[in-house]
Design a binder for this molecule. Sequence first.
Ligand SMILES: Cc1cc2nc3c(=O)[nH]c(=O)nc-3n(C[C@H](O)[C@H](O)[C@H](O)COP(=O)(O)OP(=O)(O)OC[C@H]3O[C@@H](n4cnc5c(N)ncnc54)[C@H](O)[C@@H]3O)c2cc1C
Length: 473
Amino acid sequence: MALRLTARCFRCHLRQHRRLSQHFQSQYSTTSSNQDNDYADIVISGGGMVGGSMACALGNNKMLKNKRIVLLEASKDKGDYVLPNSYSNRTCALSPSTRRLLESFGAWQEIEALRYHPVLRMQVWESCSDSLITFNNPDMTDSLAYIVENDVILAGIMRALKAQGNRVEIRYGTKVETFSLPGKEEDNIKLPYVGLQLSDGSELRTKLLIGADGMNSAVRDAAGFHTMTRDYKQTAVVATLVLGDTTLNNTAWQRFLPTGPIALLPLSDKLSSLVWTTTPQDAKHLQQIPADSFVDAVNDALWHEREKNPLAGQMLEAFKTVVQNVFPDSDPSRQLPPTVIDVQEGSRAAFPLKLIHSSQYVQSRVALIGDAGHRLHPLAGQGVNLGFGDVECLNEVLGEAVRSGADPGSLTPLLRYESERQRHNVPVMLSIDGLQRLYSTEFTPLVVLRSLGLQATNSLSFIKKKIIEQASI
Ligand SMILES: Cc1cc2nc3c(=O)[nH]c(=O)nc-3n(C[C@H](O)[C@H](O)[C@H](O)COP(=O)(O)OP(=O)(O)OC[C@H]3O[C@@H](n4cnc5c(N)ncnc54)[C@H](O)[C@@H]3O)c2cc1C
């Protein structure tokens, strides 16, 4: 009996000792070996398109080859992706610079082997006046963008990640439950790492936590970053549409209506992806009506001649005459949008739209990327492209930090990432927000202003060239 008690006490003592030493190690240790299973140099929370590509870029970065990288994704592993015959209703227009980034770690090659559709021309016009703008590269060979289903983008990224072997450890079905961030803990000790308690009961310590966990980012909340939010009180209705004619279908169409823009993005010779921004009431109605009424509503939104603003019309005509005298090679060419004949069954869905911007992207040992840092209106198809830009920049900054012997989670390199990305992202967000406001009004002076602006831009090929170049970055 005495012997058993002594043995129990000894085991208790041993457990207590282990707990204390783990606590000590986790609180005060600055160096941890890669053998330590509770330690990772970099943890990415969120394995969506942006988090997945961050993992790929870091796994491919020679400067980080000795670093342990862990990717946490809340959803379950869906196994190997099998391309379905029917197209998904969630798509993104990817820019040429996103393509270059994805190519750099082999994900674009995987996407090419699955499916994508190039956009060679864009036409944007509005219903309150006859103004329009078209974009294309002169020889119609270089793509302006690529329309890819979100599932295909993610599958391409995850295949490229798996092709790196076990370079990055992926933990599906795992979320961070509790964060201990430097400067935020009760005793105010500046931790040399971030402590994470995971939903599977395990713990992780890391030099750098990257939040790629989307618009409702838990990492952003834990870091206490202030966010600027604007509810657009608009909803995007998406669907997969069947077109009347089989064509090359390489134009992206967008028409601004008083309730919001409607866009058709080419998916194949016969199919286009719809992103129709409208009021929440309209969106609800559009989801509920029978398929043929929905198709009629889409055609009406694209084709129906609405009441034009007479002042904008007169000023536009006068303006066109002036521009054509000054710039005889100006390009006012207008094409007619396609006719929609059907909607793929079950493809209608709706997404409420919000602007969210985190005032900070970083603090010591924490960085935000993608929608975790910025969520924008889809009218310019820039959301995930900005996220991929974050990936490219953060990967470069971390590689340089490690090459110069710095800790990847230290604030100086992270601040460089933040200022570079905010310099790029904030103006893009502000101009998209401005466009949204400008096109949500029928107030005559603004209708005139935007019509002339659109027409002027369309008439001046050098401005359009600049816009195309800028959109490709
Ligand atoms: C209608 C519509 C059309 C759009 N069209 C375009 C377009 O044409 N071009 C474009 O560039 N952008 C477009 N966007 C924007 C684009 O969809 C988003 O920018 C993009 O999905 C953001 O990707 P992300 O990886 O940052 O976030 P998400 O896609 O939200 O991924 C976040 C990931 O994190 C995981 N996660 C969440 N919380 C946790 C947690 N606590 N722990 C672990 N994992 C977690 C989620 O499961 C998810 O996998 C569009 C958006 C909408 C709504």
